[in-house]
Design a protein around this ligand. Structure first.
Ligand code: FAD
Length: 532
């Protein structure tokens, strides 16, 4: 598709999964030159891997799983699954939230290579009252033992009350939880954690949010399941099959999620695409409803340049994009400017050993979980990642434990503003307080801040359609990705949106508005907010 006296250029804002997928697909399917500008010093966006003295940190714990066959194959073309990771029939059976995805990989990578993906089995439990609970929460002997008989009965009573006296109308997330689980279970397992995550009282979050995110979970189901399993023999093959199919498995690059995107970036460069790190897009030039160029600032030298383009694919926050387009309608500016986000901080802590003595812990006290939901109300930590259990290759010294302590916060709040030393100190003190570590076993640590980690769906988001309609007016503008579309999504959704944008560009704009219909809500989520 030549334009004027040179091949057409697509400028791409952001080298996260969306931006890099768009760049590689443009190179694979057209002669349009992608030029990617990334403000960070490395690629991968939120899905990057941070390398701290040989210990690799995944900002959040990224499972590679998609219902989309296209995405699953795309990933494996970049990084094949390592030999020996699949079942005997060579099938790659990925189970996630009771959905199964079967793939027979076309090629395998050598087990000894670093450039491969592993198949991981999920374990993530809830830590509450200084004890481990199953996730999803099950009505079984261990839960009753952990909760105590009296408390379990109280929860049951409160649940029965809620069934008789339903809150109506069901306006808030609190109403939603109480109607389904009873006040006591809501206060025990949902309230504090949800508020920790979103920083907003559950009364201020809409009930639809719960309906969207906490599908298929009910106490009745849990009770029916618990009672039914009492009547099934332990050798019941149906039961065994069901349980096996519920074990969640997902793919994971051996060196963390960023490895996928570093390899994609390498392939983009090899095919002639350009990726400029530490270059921030700071302005947009347009002629009526057409983007003609972007203004880019080199973050290291401060130099500013104007780069002409025929297409602009933006994965930067909707707020920034809209401001740069300078709409004349004040409402559009106001809504975009006030779109809510939740920010995120993570402390990487390297330890000699942990203190856990429960049956499943290793001899050095390391729990077997990939991650643990911390439901303790007396600490601020939200989740604890055990990186050793994602991939042993993330950890420089196999005799150490490499943890990620995740905090949900607001950019600029007290936690965010702590200097790194104080934050590490605070995080280690919290883990000691809940009895997981002894601070003298901490060997090293680092801090990563992730602004706008979670685009949120409350407040001004209610009027998002007006912003979307405004952005849709620009024929050669393609907003895609997590913050690019203000979608609480996963990598696969960002990639599908980017791929659709490329298809639309190649079809002279056909299907452009359908990109918004790619469904993020039906997909699995990273489950920061739900005990489901
Ligand atoms: C805690 C956590 C856990 C998660 N777990 C999973 C999981 O298990 N599985 C999964 O698939 N997904 C998971 N995700 C989601 C995943 O991280 C995102 O879906 C994915 O990274 C989104 O890709 P993106 O390219 O749309 O956006 P991003 O990753 O946000 O990338 C956007 C890029 O644009 C750059 N940028 C922004 N503004 C500018 C500008 N003006 N100029 C130049 N560059 C700019 C940014 O620096 C960034 O690199 C998780 C997310 C979080 C926060």
């Amino acid at each position: 598709m030549p334009f004027k006296d040179r091949p057409a250029v697509a400028v791409i804002a952001g080298a996260g999964p969306a931006g890099l997928t768009a760049a590689l697909e443009l190179l694979r399917r057209s002669d349009i030159t992608p030029i990617v500008f990334e403000s960070d010093s490395q690629v991968g966006g939120i899905s990057k891997t941070v390398n701290y003295r040989g210990n690799r940190m995944d900002l959040g714990g990224h499972r590679f799983f998609s219902k989309s066959e296209w995405v699953m194959r795309w990933w494996q073309e970049i990084l094949p699954v390592a030999e020996g990771q699949t079942d005997a029939d060579k099938a790659l059976r990925i189970n996630y939230q009771q959905k199964t995805h079967d793939l027979i990989p076309e090629v395998f990578g050598p087990a000894s290579s670093d450039a491969v993906m592993l198949v991981r089995q999920r374990l993530s439990r809830i830590f509450y009252r200084r004890r481990f609970f199953d996730y999803p929460l099950k009505l079984n002997a261990s839960t009753v033992r952990n909760m105590g008989l009296v408390e379990t009965l109280r929860i049951g009573l409160s649940y029965s009350q809620a069934q008789v006296l339903q809150r109506s109308p069901e306006n808030s997330l609190e109403d939603f939880f109480v109607n389904r689980f009873g006040d006591r279970l809501y206060r025990t397992f949902f309230k504090d954690y949800t508020e920790k995550v979103w920083g907003v009282p559950c009364q201020e979050i809409s009930a639809e949010w719960g309906a969207q995110r906490i599908k298929g979970l009910s106490v009745t189901k849990a009770i029916t399941h618990a009672v039914a399993s009492r009547f099934r023999s332990s050798t019941d093959t149906y039961q065994k099959q069901t349980e096996t199919s519920l074990i969640e498995r997902f793919l994971y690059p051996k060196l963390g999620p960023g490895q996928m995107w570093e390899e994609v970036a390498r392939q983009i460069a090899a095919r002639g695409g350009k990726i400029h790190l530490q270059h921030r897009i700071v302005g947009i030039e347009r002629k009526d409803q057409e983007i003609t160029a972007v203004v880019v600032k080199d973050e290291t030298s401060g130099a500013v340049q104007t780069v002409p383009c025929e297409f602009f694919i933006s994965t930067m926050p909707v707020r920034d994009l809209t401001a740069m387009l300078e709409p004349t309608d004040d409402r559009v500016i106001r809504i975009a400017d006030r779109l809510p986000y939740r920010d995120f901080m993570t402390a990487g802590l390297l330890l000699r050993k942990m203190k856990s003595t429960e049956g499943r812990a290793a001899s050095n006290g390391m729990p077997p979980d990939n991650w643990i939901y911390i439901q303790e109300p007396d600490v601020k930590i939200g989740r604890l990642q055990v990186f050793n259990n994602w991939s042993p290759a993330l950890v420089a010294d196999p005799d150490t434990i490499w943890l990620g302590l995740e905090y949900f916060c607001r950019e600029g709040d007290d936690l965010w503003s702590l200097d790194n030393g104080k934050f590490l100190d605070f995080a280690a003190t919290e883990l000691e307080k809940i009895g997981m570590i002894d601070r003298k076993d901490v060997l090293d640590g680092t801090v990563v801040r992730v602004p706008k980690a979670y685009p949120a769906y409350f407040g001004e988001y209610r009027e998002f359609e007006k912003v979307r309609a405004y952005l849709d007016r620009f024929a050669n503008l393609y907003p895609v990705g997590r913050n690019g579309m203000h979608r609480y999504n996963n990598q696969d959704h960002s990639m599908l949106a980017a791929n659709s944008a490329v298809s639309s560009i190649l079809q002279f704009g056909a299907g452009k508005t359908d990109i918004w219909d790619i469904n993020a809500e039906d997909d699995y989520h990273e489950e920061i907010d739900e005990v489901a």
